[in-house]
Write a protein of this length. Sequence first.
Length: 208
Amino acid sequence: MKIALKLFLLLVIIGLGYMVVESIMEPVRFNKEKDKREQAVIHKLEDIRAGELAYRKFNDVYSASWDTLIDFLKTSEFYIVKEIADPNDTTFTKTIRDTLGTIPIMDSLYNHRANFKIDKLKYVDHLRYVPIPAKFFANEIFELRIGKIERGGVPVQLFECQSHYRVMLKGLDNQLILNLINSVEEMNKYAGLKVGSITEASTEGNWK
């Protein structure tokens, strides 16, 4: 009987010890995975911002359509322009613009990204999809909106792209996700990552 009791107590102690360790390690694992996913989302948001800025340069507005934005990035080109001083200008204030050729926008914006693909079937390479682990992925798309405000009587075009923590952290501990969301919302901040704004003239990311 005493041996059985001792074995029972030992198992209880081991079980309690395991629960204590897990209570410590679960938040550690959560934060590690959160940081990893945030970095992937930030890279994608930076790519999206670059695309939106290029689109506006050509069209004077931003795009709220993923199909329109992606098609533009795949098919459009920047002109390569060289400016030189006008040799006939004795005041040295005039320049001559010479178009040397064109470069695909994709190459100009994303040539620093190894093996970058904007719309391949593999979702992690697709501009519109939130990069979360494949086993949790169910076609989650970044929220993309555009807007306009006036500053001094001048219209200012706006765009905003974002992903909420509920999407970004899908598959992780629900209670820890809720705790994170509550802590961020208590500071009156968006509980997720976003770039741009449809309420103010900014193209910055909220992670900075």
